[in-house]
Design a protein around this ligand. Structure first.
Ligand code: 5AD
Ligand code: SF4
Length: 444
């Protein structure tokens, strides 16, 4: 394609968190509405959107190598747009370093892609990293397609300013989407086939809004209203901050049947000095108290968290405290990362940055402990009967893959279809998945 032609096909490649996946889907819907079709598997696209992530190291390097790989044998490139958090943080550098990039668009501005594409097709290079007052959500097309599981962004941005994190800079301040818009979007997703909706936000439990009676409600109120949508079977939410874990939300875990027994509640470290240096505004004890309360409300809840090892100044003894916390919490699954200094964040210039070899060793030990807990959690499911939501076909004929209420991947053979809720008995348990046999179709 010559750069002065309007693109006919697109490909959106999303990296990083689930919110990027959501944004990538919304961009795809927007492009489709412009009459641009998704490129067929294995075929070159006229327009490629790289929807990037900036949370940890090498993100920018990865973008440049992806841009390089898009170059075709004849030396031409597709129309390239860099979107997402790297675009927001390093848009100018990208434009300067990568002439084949024609558009740079931040996470709050991607609803303007159609105009940008018109300009780019006319030979201009355009950057839009505004955080406009008008919300992108109002400008995006209505949801028309959905698989059995869908994401719904309810809140964006972060005001917490953990000292290691770029999110408050790339995604901006905490903003909650209005209640009515969310109920509408959820209903459309369900009409389009979603049986499960995961509510997304950088601090999803900081969501606040007003219901139709003008009353202030929190995430628990929103969950209770969504639970009234008849064909919606399951509700999840991620990611939460311990400080926004209200009593109402904890209670909802015991009271709302459609709210799945799973909580992702990052703690980051198991030592109070480190937590303070991270500006986490919770302690190990206050965190464990929340887990206790959630377990009291919903005894079978599966707990998940995020950890960072090697935060500047973290001593061996302080890292040992993280291992102690892991044992005390009894997680079902977790994410763990080596600390990565992010430009512009306070921690990046702190003294006593930890050598990579020390971080490697700590991460290995932490992951060994987390894997042990994950396997123990999965093995405790053996013999249990539960409902799985069928998501897709497995590798073998007749095999299906789905998720348990506790977000475990389950494979089983059954006469099933995508979107079914099937009752199964768990017959095998590995570190990353469960095997099951089907029992009977469960009532939705
Ligand atoms: N280095 C390493 N991990 C980080 N995270 C956020 N910022 C950094 C960083 N600079 C991790 C945190 C967060 C998750 C989304 O990514 O654990 O919860
Ligand atoms: Fe980043 Fe902390 Fe905000 Fe999470 S709460 S997005 S880790 S600043």
């Amino acid at each position: 394609m010559r750069p002065t032609q309007t693109p006919r096909t697109y490909r959106v490649k999303s990296f990083g968190c689930q919110m990027n996946v959501y944004d990538g889907d919304r961009m795809a819907e927007l492009l489709a509405e412009q009459g641009i079709a998704p490129a067929a598997e294995g075929e070159d696209a006229d327009l490629v959107v790289l929807n990037t992530c900036h949370i940890r190291e090498k993100a920018a390097e990865k973008v440049y190598s992806d841009i390089g790989r898009l170059k075709r044998e004849d030396g031409t490139s597709p129309l390239i747009a860099v979107a997402g958090c790297v675009a927001q943080a390093e848009g100018e550098e990208i434009m300067a370093r990568a002439p084949s990039v024609k558009m740079v668009v931040g996470p709050q501005a991607y609803h303007r892609l159609p105009e940008m594409i018109r300009d780019a097709a006319a030979g201009k290079r355009v950057t839009d990293t505004d955080m406009p007052a008008e919300t992108k959500f109002d400008a995006l097309p209505r949801r028309r397609r959905s698989g059995p599981t869908a994401f719904l962004t309810v809140q964006e941005g972060c005001d917490k300013f953990c000292t290691y994190c770029v999110v408050p800079y790339t995604r901006g301040a905490e903003v909650s989407r209005p209640h009515g818009d969310l109920i509408d979007e959820a209903k459309r997703l369900v009409d389009a086939g979603a049986r499960e909706i995961t509510l997304l936000g950088q601090n999803v439990n900081a969501w606040t809004g007003e219901n139709t009676k003008g009353q202030a409600i929190g995430l628990d109120g929103l969950i209770r209203e969504l639970a009234a949508i008849p064909d919606l079977a399951r509700i999840r939410y991620t990611t939460s901050h311990p400080n926004d874990m209200t009593q109402g939300l904890i209670a909802a875990h015991g009271e709302v049947e459609k709210l799945m027994p799973f909580l992702h509640l990052p703690v980051q470290a198991g030592n109070d000095r480190v937590l303070k240096a991270m500006n986490r505004s919770h302690t190990v004890e206050s965190y464990l108290r929340i887990l206790e309360q959630v377990r009291a409300a919903r005894p079978d809840i599966a707990l998940s968290g995020d950890f960072i090892v090697g935060f500047p100044g973290e001593t061996d003894a302080e890292f040992e405290d993280t291992l102690k916390l892991v044992d005390a919490a009894g997680y079902a699954q977790c994410f763990s990362f080596k600390y990565s200094p992010r430009p512009g964040t306070p921690a990046a210039t702190m003294e006593d940055q930890i050598p990579l070899a020390v971080m490697d060793e700590r991460l290995q030990r932490l992951q060994a402990a987390l894997n042990r807990h994950q396997l123990a959690f999965n093995e405790a499911s053996l013999g249990k009967t539960c409902t799985v939501l069928v998501e897709r076909k497995g590798k073998h004929a007749g095999q299906w893959l789905g998720k348990s209420p506790w977000l475990q991947s389950v494979h089983f053979e059954a006469d099933a279809a995508v979107g079914d809720l099937l009752e199964v008995e768990i017959t095998s348990a590995g570190p990353n998945s469960l095997g099951a046999v089907a029992r009977m179709a469960a009532a939705a």
